[in-house]
Design a protein around this ligand. Structure first.
Ligand SMILES: *Cc1c(COP(=O)(O)O)cnc(C)c1O
Length: 364
């Protein structure tokens, strides 16, 4: 049973859940880096091993998003993201598995190898992809397809939040905090003083912050911002935490409603760099360090920047006697075989730019 449901059985009766991943995800000690960075106790939570055929942090959210769609007999979902969005890849793969129609709306981003890869994985899974140069044209495009979906299917599709970070998706990470609490109880790791995690559409961090409070963990969450501050900041994060808290409290009033001051977190704004998905040299250094010392793969858009923030604090000596947990959010399933023979010309024309133009300099 899910850790959240065993603590709050009332929620189990009211929240649809469909298991897609393998839990609990392992925790491990980063022994080599512990001594190298002079952090007394450095651990990693391996959500990069959260499942097949696609892992990473989006799986926990999709378990709740798709269970809700199935329970309500909704016929399809529209998903939105940047050109190389990991969420839309995960959403397409698991939609196919569950027989849910999925339409994908992408907006232009800076070029990187993982964008090419994710687009080809989408092609492999026969994703219906529409790509736009800006939010305005994406919104117009999705309205057109929304209406035609409604006429054709005589029902409305679900509109997914960016990154799957609705209150429902965020419950996946409230549960993840309860799962971590059980691992601490089992002696798999000591209770962390700090939990570092990448902060994008915010569902991951919001769920962990709310879940840590509800599970009685003292850990301070350190969400490391990797998207524009206009979207992702203390105010918008608080809003998502409170919305998810209200949702859970409404379904089972044993789940407490916390005041906003109760939450223990501090956003890091200093690892962002030039923009979303623009790699930074500190982020790339973090990726290299994890690969060489611990054989763990990170990437430059999210997890590398999050770990770079951890390294910076370690070098300032502020983590010296602490127990620090790094939450690895990255997918680790490789798709080389599936995509090696695919031709990007199968993608819509507006996606060809990612293949015709060079990737950003730090990714070459
Ligand atoms: C989406 C994503 C994140 C950010 O999670 P949010 O819930 O959107 O804040 C972090 N890491 C990776 C690899 C992701 O794909």
């Amino acid at each position: 049973m899910l850790s959240l449901f065993s603590k709050y059985p009332g929620l189990e009766k009211r929240i649809p859940h469909y298991k897609l991943g393998d839990y609990p995800t392992p925790v491990g000690k980063l022994s080599t880096l512990s001594s190298e960075l002079k952090v007394e106790n450095l651990y990693v939570k391996r959500d990069d091993l959260s499942g097949e055929p696609y892992s990473g942090n989006k799986v926990r959210k999709l378990e709740f998003i798709y269970a809700n769609i199935l329970a309500k007999k909704i016929k399809g979902i529209f998903v939105f993201g940047y050109g190389g969005s990991n969420f839309v890849v995960a959403a397409n793969i698991y939609a196919k598995k569950l027989g849910i129609k999925c339409l994908t709306f992408l907006v232009s981003q800076v070029n990187a190898n993982y964008v090419r890869k994710n687009l080809l994985v989408g092609t492999y899974y026969k994703a219906k992809i529409f790509h736009y140069s800006n939010y305005f044209t994406m919104t117009l495009g999705s309205i057109y397809y929304y209406l035609s979906f409604a006429l054709k299917n005589r029902s409305l599709p679900q509109l997914a939040s960016f990154g799957g970070s609705s209150a429902i998706g965020t419950v996946g990470f409230v549960n993840a905090a309860f799962e971590l609490k059980e691992q601490i109880k089992n002696g798999d790791l000591p209770e962390p003083d700090f939990i570092y995690v990448a902060l994008g559409s915010m569902g991951t961090a919001a769920g962990l912050i709310l879940g840590a409070k509800a599970a009685g963990l003292k850990s301070k969450i350190i969400p490391v911002r990797v998207v524009m501050k206009a979207y992702t900041n203390e105010k918008t994060l608080n809003k998502l935490i409170l919305k998810t808290n209200k949702y859970l409290h409404k379904l089972d009033d044993n789940f407490p409603l916390f005041p906003i001051e109760a939450f223990n977190y501090e956003i890091r704004h200093d690892a962002y760099g030039k923009g979303y998905a623009y790699f930074t040299s500190e982020g790339q250094e973090a990726v290299k360090l994890l690969r060489e010392k611990e054989d763990i793969k990170l990437e430059g858009t999210y997890s590398g920047k999050a770990f770079a923030a951890l390294i910076k604090s370690a070098r300032n000596d502020s983590l010296k006697d602490k127990v620090v947990l790094f939450w690895n959010t990255q997918n680790s399933v490789r798709f080389e075989d599936q995509i090696s023979k695919l031709d990007y010309h199968e993608l819509p024309k507006s996606c060809h730019q990612y293949f015709d133009n060079e990737v950003q300099e730090l990714d070459r």
